[in-house]
Unconditional design. Structure first.
Ligand code: HEM
Length: 216
């Protein structure tokens, strides 16, 4: 992710702020709605499960949206897509943390013994935890200082996002394997986004892109 400096950067930052606000509002908006549903008895017999499941799906949707920004940027040549990628990635991480919190709270009542028992009974929870560990590493190294310090390894480290996607889909698959209809939609979207990153496809995609559009 190239980072402009000096005047270019402040001009880009000025034009990007409405996008940043829109992303923040869109990512935040579902949370109070789900909470309200859960608190007013509109979330079925298990409001805790309702919250946890919505947060799990929300994590996956945000992850897919984050991954879609690079192909969009290649196609449109608008650098703004790559600049809001970090913000969307951090929202993905926040949703995953809330999903974990909802699980620990509503499923386990913050009981460590219940967690150990559940881990041995339902291995897909370990898979979710591995995905969250990947997201945590990326969130912790998403700032400019870490990019500078890690140099070329930063890009390699952030390829973890593909493993996170595969682990997230596997985690979801394990839960819903008796009815894969909805899962298949997420899996197809994920597969498409991975295919778009294959070097020959990515190259062709960039060639198809329109002439650069300046955001200043
Ligand atoms: C510490 C990490 C995680 C834990 C402990 C965890 C745990 C769980 C549990 C217990 C369920 C519900 C299973 C059931 O219905 O019986 C669930 C559902 C789900 N999780 Fe996770 N998860 C984690 C991370 C993730 C991550 C990182 C993602 C996405 C990338 C994710 C996506 C989902 C999805 C899509 C569902 C299904 C929701 C539904 O059935 O509608 N989870 N998770």
């Amino acid at each position: 992710m190239a980072t402009p400096s000096g005047r270019g950067r402040s001009a880009a930052a000025r034009t990007l702020w409405p996008w940043r606000i829109a992303v923040a509002l869109a990512a935040f908006a579902p949370l109070p709605c789900w909470l309200r549903q859960a608190m007013t008895g509109h979330a079925g017999p298990e409001p805790g499960r309702y919250l946890m499941e919505h947060l799990g799906k929300g994590t996956l949707v945000l992850l897919l949206l984050t991954l879609s920004l690079t192909p969009l940027q290649r196609l449109s040549r608008w650098q703004g897509f790559s600049r809001i990628r970090r913000q969307l990635g951090l929202w993905t991480f926040a949703y995953a943390l809330l999903h974990l919190l909802a699980y620990l709270w509503f499923f386990l009542g913050f009981n460590a013994h219940a967690l150990l028992a559940d881990l041995s009974r339902r291995p897909y929870i370990m898979v979710g935890m591995a995905a969250l560990a990947g997201l945590t590493l990326m969130a912790a190294t998403s700032h400019r200082r870490a990019m500078r310090r890690l140099g070329k390894s930063w890009k390699r480290l952030h390829r973890l996002v593909y493993a996170v996607l595969i682990l997230g889909l596997l985690h979801y698959f394990w839960i819903v394997r008796a009815d894969l209809g909805e899962w298949a939609i997420y899996a197809l979207a994920g597969l498409l986004l991975l295919v778009l990153r294959l070097p020959p496809v990515a190259k062709e995609f960039s060639r198809q892109g329109r002439p650069p559009v300046t955001d200043a």
